[in-house]
Design a protein around this ligand. Structure first.
Ligand SMILES: NC(=O)c1ccc[n+]([C@@H]2O[C@H](COP(=O)([O-])OP(=O)(O)OC[C@H]3O[C@@H](n4cnc5c(N)ncnc54)[C@H](O)[C@@H]3O)[C@@H](O)[C@H]2O)c1
Length: 384
C-alpha cells in the first residue's frame, strides 16, 4: 500500500471483526465503527481496534478520517447504506448480498459506475490459492471441455428449531435464505473459476423446520433451509448444486467438482490446503504452497509452505488487500465488484421465481441491460 487507508466499518458482529482484521493486514487502519446504536459501537470499538465509535452509520460515512466504507450489517440495510456511501464519493466494500432485490442491486451498480468509485462485494472464496490454481489451469485448457459442474455448500448452524438469527426473517435477510446467504458464494465461485455463466435454472427450496423459536415462541418461517438446483451454462455445460444450513456435522463445507473431458478439478473449503486434480490415468492432490502451485494465480495468493493451511481469514485479508490496491489505482485481476453483486441478485431472483413457479427460469446477463430491463423481479412476478 502506498498510503495508509482509513476504514469505517458499519456493523460490529462476525463480519465486522473479519473486515477489521483484514483492513489491518492490508496495512490500513480502522478509524471508526458504527453499529445499530451508539452504545453498541462503543462497546465493540476496542475489540475491533477502532480509534472511535461513530454516532450513526451516516455520521461514520461523513467523517473526514474515513476513506473506505465497509458495510457489514444485515442484508436489508445494505442498499440504503451503500447509496449513502456512493453519494459521499467513497469506495465501498458491501457484504453480500449487495441488495435484497434486483432493482436495488442494479441501481447501486449504475450509481457506482456514474460516481466512478471502487466497489467490492466479498465473494471471498475467489481468494483461496487452490481456487486460483484451478481457475488458471481450467482457463488454459487443462480440463478439456467442461461439461459437468457440480457441488454443494452445506452448513449445520441452523440445526434445531431453537436455532435462529436475523437471516431467518425475510424482511431482514431477503426472500431467499440458504441460497441468498451461501448458494450465491458457490455460484460466484463456479462462474469465476470456469468462465461459464448460468443461463437457466430450475430449483426446489425446502425446510427442515416450518417453525423456529423467536423470543421464546415458535413462529412460522418463510425462508428456506435448503435448495437444490439444476442449471445450464452459456458454454453448453449442465450442473447441479445442493445448498443447506441444516446438514448436521457440516460446518462450512463448500465443495465443487468441475469435470471436463480431460480432467476434473475439485476443492473443499474445509480442506483448503489441497486441490484435487482427477485424471483417468493418475489423479493428484496438490499441496498448496508457493512452490507447489504452478500458475500465476495460485502463486500470487499462496503465501505459506505446504502443510500450513491458509483459510478463510487469510483469503479475506487477500480480498481486502486487492480492494485497497484498487482504491490506490491498481487493477487487481478477479476483484468481485458491485456488478458481481448484481449477478448474485439475478441468480437469487431466478431461484425464488423457479421455486415458486416450479419451472425452468432464464437468468439474464449483467452485460445486457436490455435483457435486464425486460426481466421483472421475482416479487413483481409473484404479484401478477
Ligand atoms: N462474505 C462472507 O463470506 C460473509 C460471511 C458471513 C456473513 N456475511 C454477510 O455479512 C453481513 C453481516 O453478517 P454477520 O454474520 O456479521 O451478522 P451479525 O449478526 O454477526 O452482525 C450484524 C451487525 O450489524 C449490526 N446492525 C444491525 N442493524 C444495523 C443497522 N441498521 N445499522 C448499523 N448496524 C446494524 C448489529 O448490531 C451487528 O453488529 C450479512 O450481510 C452477511 O450476509 C458475509
Amino acid at each position: 500500500m502506498t498510503f495508509k487507508l482509513r476504514a469505517g466499518i458499519i456493523g460490529t458482529g462476525f463480519m465486522g471483526s473479519v473486515h477489521a482484521h483484514a483492513v489491518r493486514a492490508a496495512g490500513g487502519e480502522v478509524s471508526a465503527v458504527a453499529g445499530s446504536s451508539r452504545a453498541s459501537a462503543e462497546a465493540a470499538a476496542p475489540g475491533l481496534g477502532a480509534r472511535t465509535a461513530a454516532e450513526s452509520p451516516e455520521a461514520l460515512i461523513a467523517r473526514d478520517d474515513v476513506d473506505v466504507i465497509h458495510i457489514c450489517t444485515p442484508n436489508a440495510t445494505h442498499a440504503e447504506l451503500a447509496r449513502k456511501a456512493i453519494a459521499a464519493g467513497k469506495p465501498v466494500v458491501c457484504e453480500k448480498p449487495l441488495a435484497t432485490s434486483v432493482e436495488d442491486a442494479q441501481e447501486l451498480t449504475d450509481l457506482a459506475d456514474q460516481a466512478g468509485v471502487v466497489t467490492a462485494v466479498p465473494f471471498v472464496y475467489r481468494f483461496y490459492p487452490a481456487v486460483r490454481e484451478a481457475r488458471d489451469r481450467i482457463l488454459r485448457g487443462d480440463a478439456g471441455r467442461l461439461w459437468l459442474l457440480h457441488g454443494s455448500y452445506l452448513q449445520d448452524w441452523l440445526v434445531g428449531a431453537e436455532a435462529t438469527n436475523w437471516r431467518v426473517d425475510s424482511k431482514l435477510g431477503g426472500a431467499s435464505r440458504a441460497f441468498g446467504d451461501i448458494g450465491v458464494h458457490w455460484c460466484d465461485l463456479m462462474e469465476f473459476t470456469t468462465g461459464h455463466k448460468i443461463t437457466r435454472l430450475v430449483a426446489r427450496t425446502s425446510r427442515a423446520y416450518d417453525q423456529r423459536e423467536t423470543g421464546g415462541q415458535l413462529s412460522s418461517v418463510a425462508t428456506e433451509d435448503g435448495a437444490t438446483l439444476l442449471f445450464e451454462t452459456d458454454k453448453g455445460a449442465t450442473g447441479s448444486l445442493v445448498v443447506s444450513q441444516v446438514s448436521p456435522g457440516r460446518k462450512n463445507r463448500l465443495w465443487f467438482s468441475f469435470d471436463g473431458t480431460e480432467a476434473s478439478f475439485s476443492f473443499n473449503q474445509e480442506r483448503p490446503d489441497t486441490l484435487h486434480v482427477g485424471r483417468t490415468e493418475s489423479s493428484s492432490e496438490i499441496a498448496v504452497g508457493p512452490q507447489t502451485l504452478t500458475t500465476p494465480g495460485g502463486r500470487r495468493y499462496a503465501k505459506l509452505p505446504p502443510g500450513h493451511p491458509q483459510g478463510y481469514q487469510d483469503s479475506f485479508n487477500a480480498f481486502v488487500a486487492d480492494v485497497y490496491a484498487a482504491v490506490q489505482g491498481q487493477e487487481p485481476e478477479g476483484l468481485p465488484t458491485f456488478r458481481d453483486g448484481l449477478r448474485a441478485a439475478l441468480l437469487t431472483d431466478a431461484l425464488v421465481t423457479s421455486a415458486a413457479q416450479q419451472s425452468w427460469v432464464d437468468v439474464p446477463s449483467t452485460d445486457n441491460p436490455l435483457e435486464l430491463l425486460k426481466s421483472s423481479s421475482a416479487a413483481e412476478r409473484h404479484k401478477q
